[in-house]
Every structure is written in structure tokens, then in C-alpha cells.
Design a protein around this ligand. Structure first.
Ligand code: ATP
Ligand code: MG
Length: 353
């Protein structure tokens, strides 16, 4: 075709990431993020549970229990944390595990909280150990012991805190220590979204962005969104560009599928890392089993990233399986790459898994 895209898929990916960071997209994102529990689409269970927890606390006039939200990136943990504060009508203080290097950092944040405020700690599993220990008494008794001085002369000065609600988010609930996990009164596990839910999210976001979209167009974007609202919204913004520049502005099925092909998003919505992981598993390791670390090295990524970002969706899409002996490509995984699964080798054979 003579209408060649000016960029390679790799360049598009890079541009996509860069575009995401632009002020414009951030503003759009802010408008798209649901602000009330009622605006949250999907996650019915967690939404109902949080609704009850907040209403119960409200009726008792008490500060709600601490909440832990876990699940893969982009499913709505930060959104829900903001909603908790908004529904309670209180302020939100936001920080993240890696940002808290010393317990003093956390003590400063905690003592600065006003009565009833929500403290959101993202990636809470990555908090430094001494800070985590400080958090125990803060969560339980609304008190921190600040150590003054050094050596034998050091004394612990207890500081009372205003009651607060901690909302912790983690992509790896399994990495939380027992004592920390036990201090949360509610553990919410976010799940990947179904196609109908994602379609509803795409339509809602289109309305906010002021772009016309057909039901089928929304379904097309939804089906390639890896079960993830953040990806659905990102794809929608890119398809919108395409619709406005190369079509009449309305997102229809052909517009959506042409745009997504241009951005190198495949029918299952796998991105470059997903495909690299699956590709290495099948082509380099003959379908596995292979250990996570080896697989991560083969695609030049951190094991954590492969495990937290790529694998959950590959597993859910039925393309990859985690077995005690290592990672294995399923028959569907081979076929997704346009390859025939091995006849008898492997744990999955050729049958449809
Ligand atoms: N239930 C939902 N309904 C509509 N939109 C949603 C929903 N959940 C998330 N979103 C959208 O997806 C985006 C990503 O959500 P959010 O930032 O809360 O994810 P996250 O779980 O915190 O991800 P990470 O682990 O990467 O921090 C939000 O900005 C919001 O626009
Ligand atoms: Mg987040």
C-alpha cells in the first residue's frame, strides 16, 4: 500500500508511551477517571464491598477500616483509592512504597494527616522495612514511636496520630508480609474486565472526549484492550486521532481496526512485551517449560515486569501456563503466533486447551 505509516511499530510504541506522558493526555485521563463509586464500571463485587464498608463507617461516624487493593496494572486501584476519599468527602494524601526510603519519611506524612483523611500508598509491597514496621502501630493504634537520639541514650517518643484510613495498592499481594496484610480490614482483589464492561468504559470515555463512536467500534477497541481499562482508554485516544485525521471523525469498526493495526495492537490486544514473551517461549525455548528468570533475560526485561505485567494476561488469554516446572506455551499460544503446536511434546499436546 502506498499509504505507508511513517513510523515502525517500535517507533509507534515509543511515541505512544511519550504521548501518554503529555499534558493533554494527562488532562484527558483526569476527566475520564471515574470520580464516584456509581461511575465505576465492572468490578461489581469489590465495588459493592467497598460501598458497604464506607456506608457502615459513615453510619457509625467512624473512620473506615484500612483497605488493600491488589491486581495487575491499570485495573483501577488508584481510581478506587481516590473514590474512597471522594465518597467520604475527605482529603487524600498520595505516596508510594519506593518513595518511602526511611521511616522518618513515613512519620512525617502520618503526623501531617488531618482527622479522617485517606492515605494512599501505591506499590505498598516495595516500602522499606523500618517504615513498614512504623506503619503497624500507625494502622492499629494511630500512633507512631519516633526514635530520638542514637545508641543507648535513644528514646522512643510516642506521637498520637489523627485517625486515618490507609488505602494500599499492590500488583503483588503475595509479596506483602503477613503482619502488614493482617492489619488491613478489607482485601480487594481486582479482576480483568470482560469485553462488555470494557465496551461500556470505551463508550463512557468517548462521551467525555466528545468523539462519536458506534457500538461495534467500541466493541472492537474493547476486545483488544487486554481486559484493562487503562489500555482501553489509551487505544481509544489513538483511534480517535486516526478517526479525526484519516476518516470523518466517527469511530466505526473499520476505523478502529485499521487504526489498531497501524499501532501494532493485535487481535487479542497483546502488546510488544506480551508478544516478545510468548515469542521467546515458543521460538527460543520450544514452548517450555522454562524458568521465569531465563524467560525474562531472553526478552531483556526484569522478571518482576514479566511476572506482573505480561504474564497475568497471557495466562488469562490461555496462551501461557505456569507450571511447577516453569512457564509453558499452550497450543493456543503456538497458534496465536501462527505456528503449529508440537504434535506430542509438552504438557498441552495439540488439543484445544
Ligand atoms: N472501573 C472503571 N471504570 C471506568 N474506567 C476505569 C475503571 N477502572 C479504571 N479505569 C480507568 O483506567 C485508568 C487506570 O486506572 P488506575 O490508574 O486506577 O489503575 P491502577 O490499578 O492504579 O494501575 P497501576 O497498578 O498501574 O497503578 C483510570 O485512569 C481510569 O480512567
Ligand atoms: Mg495506580
Amino acid at each position: 500500500m502506498d499509504d505507508e505509516p511513517e513510523y515502525t511499530p517500535e517507533e509507534w510504541d515509543a511515541a505512544l508511551t511519550a504521548a501518554e506522558a503529555t499534558e493533554l493526555d494527562r488532562l484527558a485521563e483526569a476527566g475520564i477517571r471515574p470520580g464516584k463509586l456509581d461511575d465505576v464500571i465492572g468490578q461489581t463485587r469489590v465495588r459493592e464491598q467497598i460501598g458497604l464498608l464506607l456506608e457502615g463507617a459513615r453510619r457509625r461516624g467512624a473512620t473506615p477500616d484500612h483497605l488493600l487493593l491488589s491486581g495487575p496494572p491499570g485495573l483501577g486501584k488508584t481510581t478506587l483509592a481516590m473514590i474512597v476519599a471522594a465518597e467520604l468527602g475527605v482529603g487524600l494524601r498520595q505516596t508510594s512504597g519506593p518513595a518511602i526510603e526511611r521511616s522518618g519519611d513515613l512519620a512525617a506524612i502520618l503526623t501531617g494527616l488531618a482527622r479522617g483523611e485517606v492515605l494512599f500508598i501505591d506499590e505498598i509491597h516495595r516500602m522499606a522495612r523500618p517504615a513498614e514496621e512504623l506503619l503497624y502501630t500507625a494502622m492499629e493504634d494511630f500512633r507512631v514511636d519516633v526514635i530520638v537520639g542514637k545508641g543507648p541514650g535513644a528514646t522512643a517518643i510516642p506521637l498520637e496520630l489523627e485517625p486515618f484510613t490507609l488505602v494500599g495498592a499492590t500488583t503483588r499481594a503475595g509479596l506483602l508480609t503477613g503482619p502488614l496484610r493482617d492489619r488491613f480490614g478489607f482485601l480487594g482483589q481486582l479482576e480483568f474486565y470482560g469485553d462488555a464492561e470494557l465496551e461500556a468504559i470505551v463508550k463512557r470515555s468517548s462521551g467525555i472526549l466528545g468523539v462519536a463512536i458506534t457500538d461495534e467500534g467500541a466493541a472492537e477497541i474493547a476486545s483488544r484492550s487486554r481486559g484493562t481499562p487503562r489500555i482501553a482508554n489509551r487505544l481509544l485516544r489513538r483511534v480517535r486521532d486516526f478517526a479525526q485525521v484519516r476518516a470523518d471523525g466517527t469511530i466505526t469498526t473499520p476505523v478502529a481496526s485499521e487504526a489498531l493495526a497501524l499501532y501494532d495492537v493485535d487481535e487479542l490486544g497483546l502488546d510488544r512485551l506480551d508478544r516478545a514473551v510468548l515469542g521467546a517461549l515458543v521460538k527460543t525455548f520450544g514452548g517450555g517449560p522454562v524458568g521465569l528468570t531465563t524467560l525474562a533475560v531472553a526478552v531483556g526485561e526484569q522478571s518482576d515486569t514479566v511476572e506482573e505485567v505480561s504474564e497475568p494476561y497471557l495466562v488469562r488469554a490461555g496462551l501461557l501456563a505456569r507450571t511447577p516446572r516453569g512457564r509453558v506455551a499452550t497450543a493456543a499460544g503456538w497458534r496465536h503466533l501462527g505456528l503449529a503446536p508440537p504434535a506430542t511434546e509438552g504438557l498441552f499436546g495439540t488439543g484445544d486447551a
